[in-house]
Design a protein around this ligand. Structure first.
Ligand code: SF4
Length: 258
């Protein structure tokens, strides 16, 4: 458990680029970049929903997340509330058996531990769930792109949630993870079953093992580099180098063509 606690985003970082994982979670290199608007939009939308569509909750503004941007988020959530899906979510939020916004963590022996416990192996935050509903379900809000039709989307995240729910509620045999795309009024549903519990654990374990066994944390230059904090910094210049190589190759080709 060299790099625990793990989370979906931490495991996702390794998949995107092992070098980024190393810089972010092992060397803990912080880059003071421009705050990202998408992150502010997402967290404000979450806060409104967590507070049962309270549009009056205080918001911290800055030069990126301005009042105008905050107002756009309010309109987006309001529009969502008016959809059939939004109405169902509102009913669920108000259901007495629903649990809103819960941080969780479990250790390698599959015991629940406090969120910040050093014994935590996996941790996460559940936006909304209800295990007393006719079918137990867990909701995760998403802002940004609509990935409701994207193949494989949500499976890993849902699996971690499902493991948590199966540990916490021994009586439930299945759970439906519902990923709700607020801006688009769409959803993706994935069912998880207690009978598959061991395979979920194995999957998560294999992913963390792969990270722990990694020796070189190689760069993975991809189309995502421009969105990486380390792109073009002294910590990782591979994207720039790659561009230079492409430019060099092109100029060689041009000179040869002449
Ligand atoms: S810039 Fe690209 S290669 Fe470098 S750390 Fe970031 S994602 Fe990885």
């Amino acid at each position: 458990m060299k790099y625990n606690p793990y989370s979906i985003s931490k495991m996702g970082t390794f998949k995107t680029c092992p070098k980024m994982f190393k810089l972010k979670y092992i060397e803990k290199v912080r880059i003071d970049g421009e705050p990202q608007l998408a992150l502010y939009r997402g967290s404000y939308a979450h806060e409104i929903l967590e507070n049962n569509f309270d549009y009056g909750i205080p918001v911290q503004l800055n030069h990126v997340f301005t009042q105008e941007e905050a107002d756009k988020v309010k309109v987006m959530v309001q529009d969502f509330r008016n959809t059939d899906l939004g109405k169902r979510i509102e009913r669920l939020i108000n259901h007495p058996d629903s649990v809103l916004e819960e941080d969780f963590a479990f250790d390698k022996n599959l015991n629940l531990v406090p969120f910040k416990s050093p014994r935590g192996w996996m941790r996460g935050s559940a936006d909304l769930y209800n295990v007393r509903a006719s079918e137990p379900l867990l909701v995760d809000y998403k802002t940004g792109q609509d990935k409701s039709e994207t193949e494989g989307f949500g499976y890993e995240q849902g699996m971690v949630y499902a493991v948590y729910m199966f540990i916490k509620y021994p009586e439930i045999q299945s759970i439906k993870a519902v990923f709700v795309f607020i801006e688009h009024g769409t959803k993706r549903e994935i069912y998880f079953y207690r009978s598959e519990f061991v395979s979920y654990i194995r999957y998560i374990f294999n992913n963390t093992k792969k990270i722990e066994n990694s020796k070189h944390f190689n760069e993975n230059v991809s189309a995502l580099c421009p969105f990486c904090d380390y792109d073009g910094t002294e910590h990782c210049t591979s994207f720039m180098e790659n561009e230079m190589k492409t430019e060099e190759a092109m100029s060689t080709k041009i000179s040869l063509d002449f």
